[in-house]
Design a protein around this ligand. Sequence first.
Ligand SMILES: Cc1cc2nc3c(=O)[nH]c(=O)nc-3n(C[C@H](O)[C@H](O)[C@H](O)COP(=O)(O)O)c2cc1C
Length: 210
Amino acid sequence: MDFDSILKNRRAINHFDPERDVDDETLKSILEQAVKAPSSYNLQPWKLVVFRDPEKKAALRKLAFDQPKVTEAPVILMFLADRSGWRPENTTMRNVFEDNVKSGKMASDQREWFAGVTQALYGRDDEAMQAFANKNAGLFAMSVMYTASHYGLHTHPMDGFDHDGVKKEFDIPENYWIPMLMAVGHLKPGITIHPKAWRQSYEDMVLKEY
Ligand SMILES: Cc1cc2nc3c(=O)[nH]c(=O)nc-3n(C[C@H](O)[C@H](O)[C@H](O)COP(=O)(O)O)c2cc1C
């Protein structure tokens, strides 16, 4: 699918076909393609919880203002933004550093320097940690939505849920914030998607031009 079609076809649909599954292999391919998204220092501070189990989805729906798509869609992804993804002891951060050394981007004695930079940029206070985690997880989520469109699937991002209730119910560790849930599946037959809603123009979006 060309990119214009992906942009046009990616819609937050409200009605998923409960009869049509998204198989494991397709989901895996989508996520492993979408992970090519950019992130701060390539730190990829995100994880996912994948929901397929009807009972778990029903429990999640209760905490997501009873939105029917939570149980209708075959797959719900819970995006976890890792507020501690900049810490030197974080596994992904360690993998990134080692990869940087291997590719010659960093020297092996720069581990402490790297830890200092990421601490100063992303770990200096609560606001910086929150921003770091959420902007990167948000970019990943966008990448998942476009990739799913490319695979002919539909998605729906949701932040209409009880954040702390969901964390508690599914035992999500403290370092994560949940920027959104995302329904993934197929459009229910017979449903007409409304035309794309109003978007800002160039003039609306640009606050200043220098
Ligand atoms: C982070 C985020 C959270 C959202 N949360 C909800 C939600 O909880 N429930 C809902 O019905 N729509 C939700 N939406 C969908 C938006 O309403 C929708 O994306 C917007 O109206 C534009 O429509 P489109 O995505 O079809 O182009 C959310 C969208 C985003 C990006």
